[in-house]
Structure formats: structure tokens, C-alpha cells
Design a protein around this ligand. Sequence first.
Ligand SMILES: Nc1ncnc2c1ncn2[C@@H]1O[C@H](COP(=O)(O)OP(=O)(O)OP(=O)(O)O)[C@@H](O)[C@H]1O
Ligand SMILES: [Mg+2]
Length: 465
Amino acid sequence: MGLPDAAVQEARERVRAAIRNSGFEFPLRRVTVNLAPAERRKEGTGFELAIALGILRASGQLHADVTALCLGELSLDGALRPVRGTMPRVRHAALRGVRQALVADSNAGEAAACGVEAFGFASLRGVVDHVEGRARVAPAAVPARASAPRPAAALEHIAGQETPKRALEIAAAGAHNVLFVGPPGTGKTMLARAFESILPPLDDAEAIAASAVHSVAGLTDPNHPVLTARPFRAPHHTASHLSLVGGGSPPRPGEVSLAHNGALFLDEIAEFSRNVLDTLREPLEERSITISRAGGAATYPARFILIAAMNPCPCGFWGDPDRDCTCLPEQVERYRGRLSGPLLDRIDLRVHVPRVPFEHLRDDGRERSVDVRERVVAARERMRLRLAGTSRRVNADLTVAEVKRFCALDGETERLLAEAVGARRLSARGYHRVLRVARTAADLSASDNVRAEDVALALLLRADP
Ligand SMILES: Nc1ncnc2c1ncn2[C@@H]1O[C@H](COP(=O)(O)OP(=O)(O)OP(=O)(O)O)[C@@H](O)[C@H]1O
Ligand SMILES: [Mg+2]
């Protein structure tokens, strides 16, 4: 009882066969297995190990109490198979005081990473022998966090583009979203790829939370179950709604959640379908995504920094000083219209990426990624201290009250901002977003106050696309 019909049927067959093929007897009496609470929909095959152990215990074939989270699918021959989503389940159990987990061999590393004593097994028989003390298995080692892989691109390999680079630095520090607009071949994709190289390192809690999403998606590497670097996801513009935001049955997280605690890069954002883009609004606002479906809803975390890139028009040369744009005005209009106002409103940093003159193309960038990253880390630390005691850690998440409190301006600067708000007809949301970005610019130069130059930079980095 308590499982959807089809799954009950399958579990029944597998548990019965696995018990018999492990050298035990399946009771001839009627067996009732109750998975409580009944009103909660249960999914997946992870309950089978626990069901089998329960039957063995109730029928007097298992002679010891099991006080551990038992998780795994059984195969007909009695082998224990891994299940996806092990990490969040173990984590959840650990928070409720469970101290041990019995799982399939290849899930043992991720279970051990969640703060319980984890044991991995190849078969139901192996679990029973362990529990009864006949053949004890050693607890799985907590997986070492391998050193983070080197990011594919670095700022020092990109010539010029100082303003877009500055935008990336601010984005990495304050977790603001970025849009790059420019003609083809000016380095937009290159810049976005280099973003990874200036993101601050993951702390332990962030690493587990991000890895848990990968576990649910079945993307965990058993040898390295805990992510070592912030995720950087770059779905193609042909990506479906399902793959971007998640869903299906059983539900799986999409790209927005796989990017949790990292970055989501949407290259050629105007080529994504309009309704796919509109669904980004919820995760950008809520930092999570809820997928409602028959039998309940699944909520996945989705706290990511959005990096988007696009050409200004279909041919790419609209507004270019050296090349003629061949698009019709209405084509240009339609192209930009793909990015709806509400979505654009959630992108704090909008930056033109112009062509770098040919003679400068071989220059090195002015600064190395490692140095920029150091400033980013220091700025984040300032934010963390300022926001201590709240659930927020970065400037992009400052509440309106916090903006008032932490982004106080002197009279002169206030006037500068008021003028710009009037001239550009910024919404109230836009006004607060400028202040949050200015706060981040100040943090990057270790300034306690938001200065005129910080506000000026925030306004400069909010060009109309
Ligand atoms: N600022 C730069 N410094 C060094 N190389 C550059 C720069 N800009 C462009 N390039 C060169 O041009 C190539 C194309 O750059 P990239 O793919 O980033 O352009 P893009 O702006 O994304 O173009 P598109 O609009 O067509 O997608 C790079 O692989 C690199 O070789
Ligand atoms: Mg590109």
C-alpha cells in the first residue's frame, strides 16, 4: 500500500525474486507492506531494499534490527542496484538524526559525503550478512574533493573588452545577471566561457546542494560525487522546455537547477523560443522552480547567475560603425522582442561588446583571471559579513529595506541617480537593481560607502540593449 499501482506491481516481483534468489524464502502467507504516509506520492525504485529487509525481519529470517536508511533497487537475482537521488535522500535523513545508510556500492561515496556512516553493497545477501555481523563491511570513505578542473577560458586570453570584463567581475561578486550584445566574432562567447574562471570557490554546503541536484538527475560520477567547481551549464538554443526547467515523470531537474550555485550560459539567447525564455522568470525571481504535476509538486533549487549573449539583430551588424546592417527594421524589432521586458528587467548588467581593432587582437588582457577572482572572493566576504544573520549572502539578493540601509548615497550622488532614473524611465525595480550593482562595485574596491563612481559604473553597465 502507498505506492502507485504500476510501481507496486514491479516492486512486488523484484522483491519476491530477489529474496528467493538470495537463499531466503518468500513467506507463503499474505504480505502487506505499508509505505506511509499514504497521501504522499512515492516514486522510484529505491524502496525495494527496505521492503525486502522488512519482509525478512518479519518472517524471522533476519535476526538483527536495522536502524539505518536503506536505499536501493533489487534485481531479480538479488543484486543491489544504485538509485538516482541518493544524495538528497541521505542528506534529508541525516538532518533527521539517521546515522547510517545502507546503499548500493556505487552510491556509497555520495551517501558518505552527506555526514552519515555509509556502507555499500553488491547484493541483498551482502546487506543481511553485514547486519547480522557475519561479514561486516567497512564504512565507505568520505570522497576526497578533487581539485577543481581548470576552466576552459581565462580573461587574460581575451584582448580588450575591459567593460564587459568589468561586468563579469561584478556579476561574479554580487551574483548579478549579465547580457552581452554585439556583432559576430567579438568575443561574447569567449567572455562568457571565461566567467567560470573568476567564480568564487564552492563552500561545502554549496557543493553538497549542487551535487544533490546532479544526483537526482542521475549525473553523479561515483568516483567524484561531490562537485569541486561551480556548475557552468550552457544549454543549446534548441533545448526543450523540459530540459531547461525540468519535469517529466518521475520528475528530473532541468538546466536551471543543474546550474544551482553556479552559472547558466544562454548563448544566442534571442534564438531560444519565447515560451522557454518566459519560464526563466520564476527561477530568476524565486531562486527555485516548482514543477506541478499529478500527485503533487516537485521543487528544485535554481540559484544561478545568468550569462546571456546575443547579436543586436539577425545579421548581427545593427549599430556597427563599420558594417552595414542588412535587416529590415521590423526584423530587428522582432529579434529583440524575443527578450521580453520582464525577463530583461531581471538582467542587471547589459553590456555592448564591440569589435576589437585588428591591431589589438594579439594583445593580452590587462588582468589575469586569478587576480580578478581574488577580488571577487574578498567582495563576497564583505557581503557575507554584512548579511550575517540573514539567509542572503550576495548583493543581488538584497531586500528593498537592505538596499535602503546599505546603499545610502550622499546628496550629489543621489541627484545623479535621480537624473538617470528620469532620463531612462527606470522602473522602481530598475532603480533598486542599479543600487545593488553599485553596492557590488563598492565592495570590489573595499569601500564601505557606495560612491558616485559606483553608481556611475552601475548605470554604464545598464545600457539599453
Ligand atoms: N577580444 C578578443 N580577443 C581575442 N580573440 C578574440 C576576441 N574576440 C574574438 N576573438 C576571436 O574570435 C573568435 C570568436 O569569438 P566568439 O565566438 O567569442 O565571438 P562571438 O562574439 O560569440 O560571436 P557570435 O556573435 O558569432 O557568436 C574567438 O574564438 C577568438 O579566436
Ligand atoms: Mg557567440
